[in-house]
Ligand binder design. Structure first.
Ligand code: GRF
Length: 210
């Protein structure tokens, strides 16, 4: 399975994917890491793993459409199966989403459909929920509204800050995203009518696992 990862910042999810590939638990190749931010730590992390990187800055494009076209071209030139948004802070246009329907995966730090958009952890704290978590989903034309593939929950404690909750959710993100990618590589993920179902694999069928 060939992947392009799009990342704007820290790159801890990218790192989790690269490490899972490295230890042989994810059969995938990250063919390129693309960022809209030349200073993204994610780019350094990719380079330290020998993965080619590309920066596409919005300021170098006349319009959002031009940007999306360049991004789509970079992805198609790389010949990939899935596009992984790992902290990519730009909203992709509808044309782009349609071009890669059910082939763009995003990770979001809340249990969607609760708390879409930015600062999901702070939104969860402000609301006062007792459980939050993370969601991996296919990207559709809306903001964090696409079909949910998998979720992981964490407790929210009375003394949590946005930072402490973020860290607790990240621990789960770093497991959930590589797990979903492995399920995709095994062609166990099916989407029908906006609903995702996961086929069991032969290894853990007896014990009722995924
Ligand atoms: C993560 O919390 C992810 O859920 C959200 O952006 C953040 C990216 O973090 N979409 P990192 O760059 O992977 O460390």
């Amino acid at each position: 399975m060939r992947l392009v990862v799009l990342a704007s910042g820290r790159g801890s999810n990218l790192e989790a994917i690269m490490e899972t590939v490295k230890i042989g638990k994810l059969r995938a190749e990250i063919v390129s890491v693309v960022s809209d931010n030349a200073n993204a730590k994610a780019l350094e992390k990719a380079q330290s793993h020998g993965i080619p990187t590309k920066v596409l800055s919005i300021k170098n494009f006349q319009s959002r459409q031009d940007y999306d076209d360049a991004l789509a071209k970079a992805i198609e030139d790389a010949g990939v199966d899935y596009v992984v948004l790992a902290g990519f802070m730009r909203v992709l246009g509808n044309g782009f989403v349609r071009r890669f329907r059910n082939r763009i995966i995003n990770i979001h730090p809340s249990l969607l459909p609760a708390f879409p958009g930015v600062n999901a952890q702070a939104q969860a704290l402000d609301y006062g929920v007792k459980v939050s978590g993370c969601t991996v989903h296919f990207v559709d034309e809306g903001m964090d509204t696409g079909p949910v593939i998998a979720q992981a929950a964490v407790s929210v404690y009375d003394n949590d800050t946005a930072d402490s909750l973020t860290q607790r959710i990240l621990v789960q993100e770093h497991k959930l995203l590589p797990n979903v990618l492995q399920m995709l590589s095994e062609e166990r993920v099916e989407v029908s009518n906006r609903k995702v179902s996961i086929k069991r694999n032969n290894l853990n069928r007896e014990d009722g696992g995924l």
